[in-house]
Design a protein around this ligand. Structure first.
Ligand SMILES: C[S@@+](CC[C@H](N)C(=O)[O-])C[C@H]1O[C@@H](n2cnc3c(N)ncnc32)[C@H](O)[C@@H]1O
Length: 196
């Protein structure tokens, strides 16, 4: 079965343009078959962004893990003036993301990486709407290993649905990190976990 995180070279293309607006900003994003949330901006991702715009840091170095066509990273680059790196395993998503970076004229880069395998730097912020369908092993790795790629005072921001076990993940994070529920919206929880 084709999932949004698999690479299927025979998959047809049906490009579509989605628009994300926040205050005076408009971000135009090309989407296609075979990528996550191809027809509309995901409500979880939107909730995560809008919580970040209120409580997140501006002008910092950000890693967007599982970037898809680039909504999170491109928005933080454009609206919060962040310097953004983005990674995904889906080649089509990476291709779309490259086009979207260009189209929105933002300071961002995207490349292929299975979780953190091609990451060398450390970041102020890691942001993710983790790939639940890729399985627990992958999304827990994205969350738990993020702290190896964060600077001393770094922050992990993520969104997850109530029914995907976010309360347990938050409870476990709280044992060693300063983890907070930033907002709850229609079953989506936004979590910020600080290293220190
Ligand atoms: C829920 S989607 C979020 C996409 C995008 N950030 C958004 O908010 O619209 C999760 C993304 O993680 C990617 N992904 C799946 N497994 C991955 C892995 N092992 N390493 C990196 N990215 C992965 C998928 O291809 C997908 O684009």
């Amino acid at each position: 079965m084709n999932q949004y995180f698999t690479n299927n070279t025979s998959l047809k293309s049906k490009l579509k343009v989605l628009n994300y607006s926040y205050n005076e900003y408009n971000i135009s994003l090309k989407s296609d078959l075979g990528v996550f949330s191809k027809d509309k901006i995901d409500l979880g991702s939107q909730t995560l962004l809008e919580s970040y715009f209120i409580n997140g840091r501006k002008n910092v170095k950000v890693l967007d893990v599982g970037c898809g066509y680039g909504l999170l990273g491109i928005s933080l680059a454009k609206i919060m003036n962040c310097d953004v790196d983005m990674i995904d395993v889906n080649k089509r998503a990476i291709h779309l993301c490259k086009m979207n970076i260009k189209e929105n004229k933002v300071n961002a880069k995207v490349w292929e990486s299975d979780v953190y395998e091609n990451i060398k730097d450390k970041y102020d912020v890691i942001i993710t709407n983790p790939p639940i369908k890729a399985g627990k092993k992958i999304y827990e790795k994205i969350i738990n290993e993020s702290f190896n790629y964060l600077k001393e005072n770094g922050e992990l921001w993520f969104v997850m649905r109530n029914n995907h076990g976010v309360k347990t993940i938050h409870k476990n994070l709280k044992k060693t990190k300063n983890s907070e529920i930033m907002i709850k919206n229609k079953g989506f929880y936004v979590i910020r976990a600080k290293c220190a």
